[in-house]
Every structure is written in structure tokens, then in C-alpha cells.
Design a protein around this ligand. Structure first.
Ligand code: NAD
Length: 423
């Protein structure tokens, strides 16, 4: 086994976390373990320069990435993140987690991810459009409806997907709706896509609560991140009787033991760009978020948030990973020893990519489904994938995360074995 020369993975960084997760599954792989090195290196990693002319006439350069971790089971699939801290290492890990996620819920995709090192709040809309269009052109040599299909992630949305779809279409000389998912509905987007990840978080949370005998109607929920994933999950938990007792975003943390008003939080987010100053709760120091007593703790912001130290303090029954990679490896062990159930990202937040898959299928057939049909199919795929993961965990007496990885790695490596090595 060799480490990769082109990335200096940080201890406890996302790539090291991913590799440690793979280590835990290898002993359970039997003869397929022969192929596990396949999972430890991305198939393809593209770094691009994005020069644009800013509104004030300066020429600025941004770094962009697209990593295809695996194309063994189908085209690459995974979001694009805009964040000032994006690195190749982070995008590699996010791409690898997409390989695992797509296989864990049995979608016919490999795993990919993209990112641009930019703080979108510091550029104008015009500049953001230029960055998006140039980035899309640069990665255009490896993406496409049959090759690799980007989607939204942190700080990217339907509007950005529309620019990506338009740029790709201009470059190939035909309208190619299937090149990205998470598009606006009039451009071939799918109903239900915007809230799909949060809906999936709720569905998997509900299934976990049922199995563990935790009541939903009086459950207390703490959520870190009130963006696409966190806000949609909050709405559904609250709509099913739970109380959202604490919410944290990049502007601060609010707490209300009697439950925060979700419509009020949504209004606060729209009008102020964050919920930190919401008057419907008490503002608490950010670090205190991890001490709030809850039944569900939903990290739905960035990776690496649950450290071993925080894991010792957390007072909850179920950690439901809305974010990708929010729990460090040592923290996973601490939570496990404390009897706190951890529902891993690769299934808890798979609702988004499942509905992205529906969008891609609808675009190919140019036949669009109703929102009810989409939600029903989403629920069916997720509940059955989660059942298999739960049963695998019980059978092998392993964590839900290792079980999800086991189910996924078996699918990826079986496909690898069947395909054989080229040439
Ligand atoms: P988003 O940009 O819509 O929201 C991100 C949220 O995190 C915001 O509320 C932001 O304020 C908060 N945040 C950022 N930095 C923070 C910090 N330091 N402390 C506390 N809060 C902070 O992003 P999103 O699409 O909701 O994605 C959130 C997570 O879910 C990411 O890990 C992403 O990879 C994952 N995810 C997203 C999707 C999707 O469909 N959007 C699908 C699967 C997984």
C-alpha cells in the first residue's frame, strides 16, 4: 500500500478519515479484500486554473477541482462546493464518500466531487457567474451526461447549476440537460430535489427512532447548519411533532428548550443571511451547542465537526449525519462506546443524490414525474437500503458506518472483479 505523492493528507483531515473508514471494512471483505487498494486512490483528479476579470478590472485567479474517485459502477456523480477552504484533499474525500454513498443505496453511479476555492459572499453575482462558467469549461473535458454529473453542494444552488448546464451545452453545441442535476425545474430539474437531502435525513431518522423505540413527537432535535440540508430536515422534524431546540450556523447559535419556530428561522435566514441573531431563542456561545441535551443531533454543515472531545460531551441518543464526514474517527469510537447511535452520512444524506438520479432519468426520457411520486420513490429506495445496512450491522456486530461501507464496498469491488483490469 502506498500513500499518494500528490496530496499531503492531514492527520484527522477528510482523506485520512476516509482511509481509516476503509481500514475498518477491509477485514470483512473476504476475497474481495484483494481489490481494496482500488478504493484508496481516486481514478482521476483534475486541478484547474480559473482566471476571470473582476468587476473592478482586476484579473483574479481561482483554483478549481473535479475528482472522479470511481467510475466502476457507472458515471461519476457528486456535488460542487464553493468555499474558501476547499482543497484537493477535501474534494478527494468527498468524491470517495460519493462512491460509497451511491453504492450503499445502489444507484448506478461511481463517485465524484468538485470544488472551487472561493468565498461566494466576497464576489458579485456577475463574478460568480464568470467563475462558474470558466470552471465548467475547464472541467468540461471530463464531465457529461454519460461521464460525470455534478450537482449542488455547500454554497452552490439551482442557479449555479443552470449556468453550468448552459455553459456545457454551448460548448457541445446542443442542449444537454442531463449534465448536472439540482437544476431549476423549468430547465429539466426535478420536483422535490431542493428538499430531498433534508427529507432523506428525516426518513432515515424516523426509521432509526422506530428501531430504537424513540418517540418522534416529543423528540428534541439540535441541528448544526441551517442551509439546504439542515433547514429542510428541521421543517420535517418539526412538522412531525419534534422540537428543534438548538440551531447553529456560521453566524451563531440559538437555543430554545420549548422549540424554535422554523418559519421564523427561515424568515430570519432570508432577511439577514443567517440565524445567529434570531429573537425567538436565546443566543448561546457556539461551543455550547455540543452540550445541548437532545434526542437527535444533526450535523448539517461541514466535515470534522464532531471531535473526540466533543463526542465525550454530546448528550443525545442519535447522531444523524446530514453533512458529509462530520465525525472524526476517534469520535466515532467514543460515541459508539457511549451507546449513542451514529447514522452515517453515506445513508443519512443520500436523499439528495437519489432524487438527482431521478432528475437524470427524467431528463433522459423527457418525461417528468409528480412530486408525490418522487417522494414516494425516494422513501422506498432509502428505507430498503437502510434496512439492508441495519441488518448487516446486526449480522456482523459492526457499527452502522462500517456496515454501510461493507455493503457499498462489496458492490464496488464485485463490479471491479467482474470487469477485470484493463488492459
Ligand atoms: P448550505 O451551503 O446550503 O448550508 C451550509 C450551512 O452550514 C449553512 O447554514 C452555514 O451557515 C453552515 N455553516 C458553515 N460553516 C459553519 C460553521 N463553521 N459552523 C456552523 N455552521 C456553519 O450547504 P448544504 O447543501 O446544506 O450542505 C451541508 C452539508 O450537507 C455539507 O456537508 C454537504 O456536503 C452535505 N450534503 C449536501 C447535500 C445537498 O443536496 N445539498 C447532499 C448531501 C450532503
Amino acid at each position: 500500500m502506498h500513500s499518494l505523492s500528490y496530496v499531503a493528507a492531514k492527520p484527522n483531515g477528510p482523506w485520512a478519515t476516509y482511509l481509516a473508514q476503509i481500514d475498518q471494512v477491509v477485514p470483512h471483505l473476504g476475497r474481495l479484500a484483494r481489490w481494496h487498494e482500488t478504493l484508496r486512490r481516486p481514478k482521476r483528479a483534475l486541478c484547474v486554473d480559473i482566471p476571470i476579470e473582476m468587476d473592478d478590472g482586476r484579473v483574479a485567479h481561482f483554483e478549481g477541482f473535479r475528482v472522479q474517485h470511481s467510475l466502476t459502477r457507472g458515471p461519476g456523480k457528486g456535488g460542487v462546493r464553493y468555499h474558501p477552504d476547499v482543497t484537493l484533499e477535501e474534494v478527494m474525500a468527498l468524491a470517495a464518500w460519493m462512491t460509497i454513498k451511491n453504492a450503499a443505496v445502489n444507484l448506478p453511479y461511481g463517485g465524484a466531487k468538485g470544488g472551487v476555492r472561493v468565498d461566494p459572499s466576497l464576489v458579485s453575482e456577475r463574478e460568480l457567474e464568470k467563475i462558474t462558467r470558466r470552471y465548467t469549461s475547464e472541467i468540461g473535458i471530463i464531465i457529461g451526461p454519460q461521464q460525470d454529473i455534478p450537482a449542488p453542494d455547500v454554497n452552490t444552488n439551482a442557479k449555479i447549476m443552470a449556468w453550468m448546464m448552459d455553459t456545457y451545452s454551448m460548448n457541445v453545441g446542443a442542449t444537454a440537460t442531463g449534465v448536472v442535476t439540482g437544476k431549476p425545474v423549468p430547465l429539466g430539474g426535478s420536483l422535490g430535489r431542493v428538499k430531498a437531502t433534508g427529507r432523506g435525513v428525516f426518513v432515515v431518522g424516523r426509521e432509526t427512532a422506530r428501531r430504537l423505540g424513540v418517540g418522534l413527537t416529543d423528540a428534541r432535535v439540535a441541528i448544526q447548519g441551517f442551509g439546504n440540508v439542515g433547514s429542510a430536515a428541521a421543517e420535517l422534524f418539526a412538522g412531525n411533532g419534534a422540537s428543534i431546540v438548538a440551531v447553529q450556523d456560521h453566524t451563531g447559535t440559538v437555543f430554545n428548550a420549548a422549540g424554535l419556530d422554523i418559519a421564523g428561522l427561515m424568515h430570519e435566514l432570508r432577511s439577514k443571511g443567517g440565524i445567529g441573531a434570531f429573537a425567538g431563542g436565546e443566543r448561546i456561545p457556539d461551543e455550547q451547542f455540543w452540550d445541548v441535551e437532545s434526542d437527535f443531533l444533526i450535523p448539517a454543515a461541514l466535515e470534522g465537526q464532531i471531535t473526540a472531545e466533543r463526542a465525550q460531551r454530546i448528550r443525545t441518543r442519535i447522531v444523524l449525519e446530514g453533512a458529509n464526514g462530520p465525525t472524526l474517527v476517534e469520535a466515532d469510537a467514543v460515541l459508539g462506546n457511549r451507546g449513542i447511535a451514529v447514522v452515517p452520512d453515506v445513508v443519512a444524506n443520500a436523499g439528495g443524490v437519489i432524487v438527482s438520479y431521478f432528475e437524470w432519468v427524467q431528463d433522459f426520457s423527457s418525461f417528468f414525474w409528480s412530486e408525490d411520486e418522487i417522494n414516494m420513490r425516494l422513501e422506498k429506495i432509502l428505507v430498503s437500503a437502510y434496512r439492508k445496512i441495519w441488518e448487516t450491522a446486526e449480522l456482523h456486530r459492526i457499527s452502522l458506518r462500517t456496515a454501510a461501507f461493507l455493503v457499498a464496498c462489496q458492490r464496488v469491488l464485485l463490479a471491479r472483479e467482474e470487469r477485470g483490469l484493463y488492459p
